[in-house]
Ligand binder design. Structure first.
Ligand code: GRG
Length: 297
């Protein structure tokens, strides 16, 4: 039986050490760098780095090769959380169990800390590409393009835009699905896809992992919607009940709680099925798929 708890603890420790190195370069001890470190090192499940590393290992790749990639994904994710919490967006006061970045510092610092993390991510990626061997540079360039597109205005940012536009109006399930495939799903897709790509996955493996990622990406969002109703704010480190008060479209509001749970379980089954041709090196990905809907934070 795969020990997911031990795997998560081990991968998170490696990622956090690497994140500290990324953030600890020759920069002055300024309010800006303090705000960046504050938000990145505030905990968090590190799901995107874990997925990136697990996908690499599932196709026989090495963890140390993809660590810069894993860090870049977490830096981009943290920037998106800082900006999502801003008064102009969700106006949240608590994130990862701490005051949000703009509450702890101020709004301008939070905006710039997000900008700093986004650009640092591409600095880290480009440096890894430069240091890679001659035969690997092409896949690093492809990965940089994949990440820029997934996190960008046709990906996560467009998802965020739609999420805000649809607040207060009822939308069809298909619209909700395409919104989440962008807002939450794209980062999960590129986490899995980039880890596999840099590790030399075959086209068939990439396709199967893409199906896996699409399904767990949506399942993650459905679970997030359920946790926003049923979760314990203390354990989650953020407020709950916020979707309803903001008039957000969610899976429980469209399908009911039981319907949303059944949908999430179906998505996880689809994800597991996509891994049928993989050997036991993909057990980490299989366990993560189950964890995505069993998690309590
Ligand atoms: C502002 C450009 C921009 C994008 C924001 C990610 C996002 C888009 C918004 C976050 C709001 C939200 C609640 C999204 C639903 C799912 C999600 C991404 C939750 C946060 O990710 P976790 O649970 O957080 O992995 P931790 O803190 O564990 O890393």
């Amino acid at each position: 039986m795969f020990d997911l708890k031990a795997y998560l603890a081990e991968v998170r420790a490696d990622v956090e050490e690497s994140l500290r190195r990324c953030l600890g370069g020759p920069s002055p001890d300024t309010q800006l760098s303090r705000a960046m470190v504050y938000s990145v090192m505030a905990g968090g499940k590190r799901l995107r780095p874990v997925l990136c590393i697990a996908a690499a290992e599932a196709v026989g790749g090495r963890r140390d090769t993809v660590l810069p990639l894993a860090c870049a994904l977490e830096l981009i994710h943290t920037y998106s959380l800082i900006h999502d919490d801003l008064p102009a967006m969700d106006d949240d006061k608590l994130r990862r169990g701490r005051p949000t970045c703009h509450v702890q510092f101020n709004e301008a610092t939070a905006i710039l800390a997000g900008d700093g993390l986004l650009t640092l991510a591409f600095e880290v990626l480009a440096a890894a590409g430069v240091q890679s061997g001659a035969g690997e540079k092409r896949s690093w360039l492809s990965v940089i393009a994949l990440i820029a597109a997934g996190a960008g205005f046709r990906g996560m940012i467009e998802g965020q835009m739609r999420d805000m536009d649809f607040e207060g109006s009822v939308i069809a399930p298909t619209e909700l699905e395409s919104l989440h495939r962008l807002k939450t799903g794209k980062m999960i897709e590129i986490s899995v896809g980039s880890g596999a790509l840099v590790s030399g996955a075959t086209t068939d493996q990439c396709q199967a992992l893409h199906t896996y990622a699409q399904n767990i990406g949506l399942a993650f969002q459905v679970a997030d919607d359920i946790l926003n109703i049923r979760g314990d704010p203390q354990r989650m480190g953020k407020a709950t009940g916020t979707d309803r008060s903001r008039g957000k479209n969610t899976y429980p509001s469209l399908l009911g709680l039981a319907g949303a749970e059944a949908f999430a379980a179906q998505l996880v089954n689809n994800a597991l099925k996509a891994l049928d041709t993989f050997d036991n090196k993909a057990d980490c990905l299989r366990s993560i798929a189950r964890y995505v809907i069993q998690r309590n934070r």
